[in-house]
Design a protein around this ligand. Structure first.
Ligand SMILES: CC(C)(COP(=O)(O)OP(=O)(O)OC[C@H]1O[C@@H](n2cnc3c(N)ncnc32)[C@H](O)[C@@H]1OP(=O)(O)O)[C@@H](O)C(=O)NCCC(=O)NCCSC(=O)/C=C/CCCCCCCCCCCCC(=O)O
Ligand SMILES: Cc1cc2nc3c(=O)[nH]c(=O)nc-3n(C[C@H](O)[C@H](O)[C@H](O)COP(=O)(O)OP(=O)(O)OC[C@H]3O[C@@H](n4cnc5c(N)ncnc54)[C@H](O)[C@@H]3O)c2cc1C
Length: 572
């Protein structure tokens, strides 16, 4: 990948969104005019969609692009303070172009959001062009390496051919030509798909640091009179870290699957087959939200499991967190993405299955569930026997939980409608259930993909340890969400007790292989950039060396003594 996923950089948007958007939405002539100079960094671009007043609600974006047939130009304008483009990475000081998403107006009609290439700085002097007010939005929670910026356009004129016209077009006389599918101009599916792999990388780095450190850190007393044990021998430490390790492997496989699926379906789209776009949108939106939320929480578990040294930037864990956490917000705020997957895919699929339609792809289980509902329920009605060893039965359990929560959400909407609420109100009053349904659907997809992957592993020893990780991932998820399974009649209290006992056994089974399993991520010391996660385990000497390098230690007596402490003393 041309983007360096390790640390945010001002060119991330150029490489991660400007170039891919050209590839997806530029005509061959526009590729020639823009892609080549952009590839050579003559043109440096960003993706300017979000405005001060709107990030999620794309239809609410206010920037306008009005076609002027007399000059064959678009006039780009920011009509209000809230329409100022706000947040785009690299916009403040780095980029000299921006792909600006604006409401297209031509022949007196608005045709919605379209993408326009807008030069914003002089290619030689880098001075903002006439009508362009651009700058940095100021310090943030992190991402200090990136100049996220603002852009105010004051009747800026660009040529007709600067509108990305691979799909929609504006003719010289101002006639608007619709795209083959309105969904093609949304974009963002590429990055959302890639972010799933970023979640895996963040987890792999964090648990590598925490597990290696837990193997070299000795603390307290397990058996009186014996030496202090490795903290990795404490069951609580294993209970914190081994599920994160299992998730790192799970998300690695899901990230690969997501990339492959993106490549396959975007290939179909380029060939004019848009049929799989809804599945790609739903999967990328849901898995982006599911994996980033999980990884975001897990990074903090890893940091806190390293005690005080985890809070030191020498551990790298604070930086990993600060750089990863905005993935829950950008590229589609997670709650909104979960709602997209539920409302635009799961509930729609549920309704299709309920009238007997055979579903394909990741929702095919909804057809099975619909058929199940038509069959007489077994008298016992109780939960099926639970195997805490059989992965396929656990996959089926997750599938049934997802089907149950999708049905619960769909029925909630129906009940709200029967109470006389409007469609919109009924959906809003069911949105907690909709998010739960998406979460359960994504969780099923992750567990299924993990188990599917095992079928591709030939080495018996590797397959055995990965199976143990998959079991831990599935059972830990079952324990964490036992309410869903109990409520759906898929689990009994005695079975839940057995799950907890089995998890303890798995932690013990994984202990001997834990360090080898993080070494297998093959993250070298430079990439980890962590004193606690060093491959050689030589933590204390390097921690002391790292501290000695601190700028505050450049002098034995810091200037603050003379500037503040001494004068303060003399006044007391
Ligand atoms: C979708 C919304 C939430 C709602 O939009 P709305 O117009 O109201 O639409 P709906 O009515 O809900 O739906 C209409 C139909 O359209 C379908 N739909 C919706 N979205 C899409 C889509 N994206 N694709 C396809 N189809 C879509 C929907 O299903 C409906 O279909 P149907 O009618 O039911 O059939 C919308 O408002 C929205 O999307 N909001 C979110 C806005 C958003 O995402 N903003 C992001 C701005 S850009 C940004 O944040 C950038 C951040 C930069 C971060 C730094 C990145 C650095 C690069 C790192 C890259 C790493 C690469 C590593 C490579 C490697 O690992 O190798
Ligand atoms: C580090 C960083 C980099 C970014 N880079 C870029 C970039 O390069 N280009 C770009 O264009 N943008 C960028 N963004 C902006 C980002 O895409 C938006 O912040 C994001 O889309 C969320 O929109 P918002 O900020 O308006 O939040 P809002 O949508 O206002 O969200 C606030 C709250 O409202 C809730 N909410 C909103 N709508 C709904 C709904 N329909 N149903 C239920 N709840 C809802 C959300 O769940 C959330 O809890 C970046 C943001 C960050 C933090």
């Amino acid at each position: 990948s041309c983007v360096h996923p390790d640390r945010p950089e001002p060119l991330d948007l150029h490489l991660g969104m400007f170039l891919p958007t050209l590839l997806n939405q530029a005509t061959p002539e526009q590729m020639e005019r823009f892609f080549t100079p952009a590839w050579n960094l003559r043109i440096i671009g960003t993706y300017a969609q979000t405005e001060m007043g709107h990030g999620t609600h794309l239809r609410g974006l206010e920037t306008t692009a009005t076609f002027d047939p007399s000059t064959q130009e678009f006039v780009l304008h920011s009509p209000t303070i809230s329409s100022i483009k706000w947040w785009p990475g690299g916009l403040g000081k780095t980029s000299n172009h921006a792909i600006v998403l604006a409401q297209l107006h031509t022949q007196g009609r608005c045709h919605g959001l379209h993408a326009f290439i807008v030069p914003i700085r002089d290619m030689d002097t880098h001075v903002p062009l006439p009508g362009v007010v651009v700058g940095d939005i100021g310090p943030k929670f992190g991402f200090s390496e990136v100049d996220n910026g603002f852009l105010k356009l004051e009747h800026v004129r660009i040529p007709l051919d600067n509108m990305l016209m691979k799909f929609a077009k504006v003719e010289p006389d101002g006639t608007y030509v619709k795209p083959p599918s309105a969904k093609l101009t949304y974009g963002m599916v590429f990055i959302r798909s890639m972010i799933v792999g970023q979640s895996a990388l963040a987890l792999a780095k964090s648990c590598t640091i925490a597990i290696r450190y837990s193997a070299v850190r000795h603390q307290s007393e397990l058996r009186p009179g014996e030496p202090e044990p490795q903290i990795l021998n404490y069951q609580t430490q294993q209970h914190k870290l081994f599920p994160v390790l299992a998730a790192a492997y799970a998300f690695t496989f899901v990230g690969q699957y997501m990339k492959d699926t993106y490549r396959r379906i975007s290939g179909d789209i380029h060939a004019g087959d848009y049929s799989q776009l809804p599945e790609l949108h739903a999967l990328s939106a849901g898995l982006k939200a599911f994996t980033t939320w999980a990884a975001n929480a897990a990074i903090e578990v890893c940091r806190m499991s390293c005690g005080g040294h985890g809070y030191s930037r020498s551990s790298a864990l604070p930086d990993i967190y600060v750089e990863f956490t905005p993935t829950c917000t950008y590229e589609g705020e997670n709650t909104v993405m979960m709602l997209q997957t539920a409302s635009r895919y799961l509930v729609k699929s549920y309704r299709q299955a309920s009238v007997g339609q055979r579903l394909q792809g990741s929702v095919s289980y909804l057809s099975e569930a619909a058929a199940q509902r038509l069959r007489p329920r077994p008298v016992s009605g109780g939960a099926a026997p639970l195997s805490t060893q059989d992965l396929l039965s656990l996959v089926h359990l997750y599938q049934r939980r997802a089907a149950s929560l999708v049905e619960l959400a769909a029925k909630s909407i129906q009940q709200e409608l029967q109470r006389g609420r409007s469609q919109e109100e009924a959906w809003n009053h069911s949105s907690i259930d909709l998010v739960r349904a998406s979460d359960a659907h994504c969780h099923f997809v992750v567990v299924k993909l993990f188990v599917d992957k095992l079928e591709q592993v030939d080495d018996a020893a590797v397959k055995a340890v990965l199976s143990t990780l998959a079991l831990l991932y599935a059972l830990k998820g079952l324990a964490d969400n036992s309410g869903d399974f109990l409520q759906a009649g898929l689990l009994t209290v005695p079975q839940a007790t057995r799950v907890s006992a089995r998890i303890k056994e798995l932690l013990e089974e994984l202990r001997p292989d834990a360090v080898a399993l993080v070494d297998a991520f093959d993250l070298n010391d430079r990439k980890l950039n962590s004193v606690l996660g060093r491959y050689d385990g030589n933590v204390y000497e390097h921690l002391y060396e790292w501290a000695r390098q601190s700028p505050l230690n450049a002098t034995e007596v810091h200037e603050s003594f003379h500037k503040y402490l001494k004068p303060l003393r003399s006044r007391l």
